[in-house]
Design a protein around this ligand. Structure first.
Ligand SMILES: Cc1cc2nc3c(=O)[nH]c(=O)nc-3n(C[C@H](O)[C@H](O)[C@H](O)COP(=O)(O)O)c2cc1C
Ligand code: SF4
Length: 429
């Protein structure tokens, strides 16, 4: 595998440039930095022109699935006479992820600009930002910025005297992870329980309030103003053909310098972990990394020489997800780590699907037993069987989210599971 950017760890700060600097938070500060000029330019473009430039940039959704953003926008019906809605997904609840919060906290006007440009592209006159319920402080910054932008004529009627109008509402959730799944989010926005629905209907057909809707992640939409201002070629100078641009990386776990970083897509994962983040504080080898947030497959310490692109992480046997590597050093108890992950998903299951409701809690019970030293070898077979039963059979992929780390931990760290088995039961097993 070749790494064109092998030693180029210099951060390209398209999104993180103003993090840590309070200037960009106010409307005045943002305008001083050239803010809202991208929106002005976008209003001068037709919706199709905006969609085309985003398509040409190759931008892929940063909410986890990596779906091409311009293509998603092009699914929205045209001239159907119905209201269209843009929903910005700011629920950010995936364990390990903390990038959207930073965008909201430091550059709320960048996000507002991205939402308005996205709304214009899909023919929407009302955008919503659905914010995770626990983001109290960040929601304060965001609502203050929205108020200022309304007062300054950047949201609402006749934006910047252009004749184009668009409203924007900030809506807070109540702390459920499943409200981050796009149909769960829209249900919650409509005042229902945040339960995902089976597709079809897809959001572009009938989403929020039964109308055509596009759901996009905070980082996705915040990337759009730069693309509109500078053009698609500017954006594709970074990354690879299939994974252009830069990406925010939320690095946590056993690291000397954990934190939020922005890198060009494609640099090796091991460079992020060892060069940027300084490796493990104990100086001990890395045992495992969950590279894309807790719903992605484990990599071992020997598998980190992989390219941080959507395709590279897939080749390595995991996925980019939300680009949130959780690093575990040699002393980490993998069974306990997996049990904790499974507990999260069991707690957050909305309960509609048997395979998820029963499967996630069954996994937790087995892992608790193994962790306590009371497991049997046949428990490993049962866990594999549960992985089978929980994959691809449910309304949303929360059940699959447990399977990726679970199956990979069994494949790669089977010895750790076996070493925890009750000696008496191993003998009869
Ligand atoms: C269980 C579950 C939780 C999710 N949570 C989030 C989330 O917190 N934030 C997010 O942007 N996307 C989340 N997603 C993905 C969204 O459903 C959706 O794909 C995304 O918001 C689309 O935006 P994008 O195209 O810009 O990536 C989640 C998906 C699932 C299945
Ligand atoms: S997979 Fe789980 S979280 Fe998703 S709809 Fe079914 S029960 Fe709910």
């Amino acid at each position: 595998m070749s790494f064109p950017h092998r030693h180029d760890l210099e951060t390209t700060t398209l999104l993180s440039r103003h993090q840590g600097d309070e200037t960009a938070r106010s409307l005045e500060g943002w305008r001083g930095l050239g803010g809202y000029e991208a929106l002005r330019k976008a209003i001068g473009m037709s919706p199709d022109e905006i969609t085309e430039v985003v398509k040409a940039s190759g931008l892929r959704g940063r909410g986890g699935a990596g779906f091409p953003t311009g293509l998603k926008w092009s699914f929205m019906p045209k001239d159907d006479g119905k209201p269209h809605y843009l929903c910005c997904n700011a629920d950010e609840s995936e364990p390990g992820a903390f990038k959207d919060r930073e965008i909201i906290r430091w550059t709320p006007h960048l996000l507002i600009e991205g939402c308005l440009i996205g709304a214009r592209a899909i023919g929407s006159a009302h955008a919503y930002i659905y914010v995770r319920g626990e983001f109290f402080e960040d929601t304060r910054y965001l609502t203050a910025a929205v108020t200022e932008a309304y007062e300054g004529g950047y949201i609402g009627d006749d934006i910047m005297g252009t004749g184009w109008s668009c409203d924007l509402t900030v809506h807070t959730g109540a702390g459920a992870y499943i409200a981050g799944e796009e149909t769960g989010l829209m249900n919650s926005l409509m005042g229902n329980r945040a339960e995902p629905w089976a597709k079809p209907p897809f959001p572009a057909q009938a989403g929020a309030f039964g109308m055509p809707t596009t759901v996009n992640n905070v980082e996705t939409l915040s990337t759009v103003p730069g693309i509109v201002t500078e053009g698609a070629d500017w954006y594709t100078q970074w990354g690879t053909e299939k994974s252009p641009g830069t990406k925010l990386w939320c690095c946590s776990g056993h690291l000397v310098r954990p934190g939020n970083y922005e890198f060009e897509l494609g640099i090796p994962l091991e460079d992020i972990i060892f060069e940027a983040c300084g490796g493990t504080p104990s100086g001990k080898p890395v045992k495992a990394v969950i590279p894309g947030g807790s719903s992605t497959a484990f990599l071992t310490g020997d598998e980190l020489d992989c390219s941080t692109t959507y395709e590279g992480m897939q080749e390595a046997g995991s996925s980019l997800g939300t680009a949130s590597p959780i690093v575990m050093d040699e002393d980490t108890d993998i069974v306990a780590a997996m049990r904790r992950i499974a507990q999260f998903y069991a707690h957050e299951s909305c309960g509609q699907c048997v395979q998820c409701r029963e499967g996630t809690s069954w996994v937790v019970r087995i892992l608790q037993r193994i962790e306590a030293g009371d497991g049997e070898l046949k428990d490993i077979d049962t866990l594999y069987e549960l992985c089978e039963q929980m994959t691809g059979r449910t309304i949303c992929v929360l059940a699959d989210s447990v399977v990726f780390p679970l199956r990979s931990s069994l494949d790669k760290f089977r010895g750790e599971y076996e070493a925890r088995m009750s000696p008496s039961l191993v003998a009869v097993g």
